[in-house]
Write a protein that binds this ligand. Structure first.
Ligand code: 4LM
Length: 412
């Protein structure tokens, strides 16, 4: 699909004139949030590698702690390098406020420790990144929170299960690893009517391809370890929400509960990565489309999960909330589990690795790797099959990725 034919969220009739007058995504990814206070006129912002900040007087320190005066105190509460990145990301996602943290898991746990208490219930989708699933099962449940799984592909399932005990409705879309799509608008409406917060993990999409807050969600999470950083050299997480929610997430969830503070060095690297996010995502999307087409044409492959394929059962829903279909593809081989491992071992250019969103094409086997925290029975129930292989299409030339996949398929 050419970029001209893309249906971008910014073209939507629902957008206000304020949003229409906004600068383009790449321009904002480069310029938004820039701190102009540097006395030397450096083009690139300096990195504030400092844990604490000096006060001019004891009274000034007390005033900052009391919230009577602005200014930095200690880097667990805020840091100029992180602040610049947070302003940029809030602008890109269309959120009032942003908090950057040490990992995607740090983002998820900081949100839940802020808003749930023993006796509460949360409703979460069936298919989630393996460690998110493990946190709900082994973490939150241990502290008296009831976690119930709902197949959110059908909003009626949520309508049936939600109650006044439900604090949070949580899902990924597309879901890792089998690309299930959740209707953000429909789920958000049901959850809000019941007084629950909607938290969406939008890691697979980035703010370039999908903006859940504009569709009704309350909080958006990204693992910035993936596309936002984009170069496989850091761990980070992002939370986006209203200013009111963020006040609590920053000063309770992060400050007092998880302490999952992002390093200024990593914040700098993400700001650098974001300057090319649009370019990179276009290439990831192009390459993933070609990979999906190649796999669909192979007689060794029984099923391809890629929302951009017209054969994908939720293709129309995907089109309605994503501007392109992302860089992730999953598929099943005729030979199941053993064929999956054989395929991975046959790769020469593509790397056998978990994670996603890097320049290198990464291939993994969810059942034995990212989704091993699920029991085999849970995986079967939730559609994470033994033969599923996941590809994060990288930024290499498409012909080289395709040639590598073809030769590995020939060995299966
Ligand atoms: C992986 N994923 O799938 P940190 N949310 C989603 C994710 O895919 C991940 C996280 C959160 C993989 C890691 C090994 C949708 C991670 C967690 O890894 O804590 O930054 O993000 O391969």
């Amino acid at each position: 699909m050419s970029s001209d034919s893309k249906k971008k969220p910014s073209d939507s009739k629902e957008k206000s004139s304020d949003q229409r007058n906004k600068k383009g995504f790449a321009t904002r990814a480069i310029h938004a949030g820039r701190d102009k206070s540097d006395p030397h006129g450096a083009l690139t912002s300096p990195i504030y590698m400092t844990s604490t900040f000096q006060f001019d007087t004891a009274q000034q320190g007390a005033a900052r702690f009391a919230g009577e005066e602005g200014g930095y105190i200690y880097s667990r509460l805020g840091n100029p390098t992180l602040n610049e990145l947070e302003l940029k990301l809030a602008d890109l996602e269309g959120a009032e406020s942003c908090l950057t943290v040490a990992s995607g898991m740090g983002a998820i746990t900081s949100v839940f420790w802020t808003f749930v208490a023993p006796g509460d219930e949360i409703l979460v989708d069936e298919t989630l990144y393996g460690c998110t699933f493990a946190y709900f099962r082994h973490g939150l449940e241990k502290f008296g929170v009831t976690v119930r799984h709902v197949d959110m592909r059908n909003p009626e399932n949520l309508a049936r299960e939600i109650s006044d005990k439900t604090r949070i409705v949580y899902f990924e879309t597309p879901a890792n690893p089998n690309m299930r799509i959740v209707d953000i608008r429909a789920i958000s409406k049901i959850a809000k009517d019941a007084g629950a917060k909607v938290v969406v993990d939008s890691t697979y999409m980035t703010p370039y391809l999908q903006n859940p807050i504009a569709l009704g969600a309350d909080i958006v999470i990204h693992s910035a370890t993936k596309y936002l950083g984009g170069h496989g050299d850091l761990m980070a997480g992002v939370i986006l929400s209203s200013a009111e929610d963020m006040e609590q997430i920053r000063y309770v969830g992060l400050k007092d509960m998880t302490g999952a503070v992002l390093s200024p060095m990593n914040a700098f690297l993400i700001s650098r990565g974001l300057k090319t996010l649009e370019l990179r995502m276009e290439r990831h999307c192009d390459n993933a489309e070609k990979v999906a087409n190649l796999l669909e044409a192979s007689d060794k492959v029984t099923k391809v999960y890629f929302p951009g394929l017209p054969s994908f059962d939720q293709h129309e829903l995907a089109r309605s909330q994503m501007s392109r279909f992302g860089g992730m593809v999953a598929f099943e081989l005729t030979g199941g589990h053993d064929a999956g491992l054989k395929f991975l071992n046959g790769l020469k250019l593509c790397k056998i690795a978990v994670s996603l969103g890097d320049a290198e094409t990464l291939v993994e086997h969810p059942a034995s790797m990212t989704h091993s925290p699920y029991t085999p029975e849970e995986r079967e129930k939730y559609g994470i099959t033994e033969g599923l292989v996941r590809i994060s299409a990288g930024l290499e030339n498409a012909k080289d990725i395709l040639a590598d996949l073809e030769q590995a398929l020939a060995q299966v």
